[in-house]
Design a protein around this ligand. Structure first.
Ligand code: NI
Length: 146
């Protein structure tokens, strides 16, 4: 490749082992290719600065339904933000855990703060916001407590 600069990266053995395992699962043929994608993703993420941009996406969360008040809190939050929440799918995962998938729409800043509010609720184990811009179509992930 023309104009490519080689860089050296130092990693702890365990981190490198985990990295190699993940990238081989994802089908990368080389570490360089995987690192290039990670850098591109990270750069794309930092470009999402326009909190007024219209987005559509999903918030996927997993929570422990035994946590006191969590059902009421999640329902209350979704009602208070219902201009952004199109629909919610609830899946009972096992005796303890539920998954909820919320289809959301609105300005980037509002969706980010909704996802942050959800991830700060006690009993929420995972919460991830995945969005596409309604203007550019670019996908974006925000892993809050992921
Ligand atoms: Ni459930």
């Amino acid at each position: 490749m023309d104009g490519v600069t080689r860089i050296g990266v130092s990693l702890e053995p365990e981190l490198l082992r985990d990295f190699d395992r993940i990238i081989s699962k994802k089908g990368y043929v080389s570490r360089s290719e995987a690192i290039r994608d990670l850098v591109r993703d990270s750069l794309a993420e930092s470009e999402w600065k326009n909190d007024k941009e219209r987005m559509a996406g999903v918030i996927v969360m997993i929570y422990d339904h035994h946590t006191t008040g969590i059902g009421e809190k999640l329902t209350g939050l979704q009602h208070s933000k219902m201009q952004h929440v199109n629909t919610t799918i609830h899946v009972h995962l096992d005796n303890d855990r539920c998954m909820e998938i919320m289809v959301v729409e609105g300005e980037l800043g509002h969706l980010k703060s909704l996802a942050n509010e959800i991830s700060s609720i006690k009993g929420v184990l995972r919460c991830k916001l995945t969005m596409a811009s309604q203007t550019s179509g670019h996908m974006h992930h925000i892993g809050a407590r992921y």
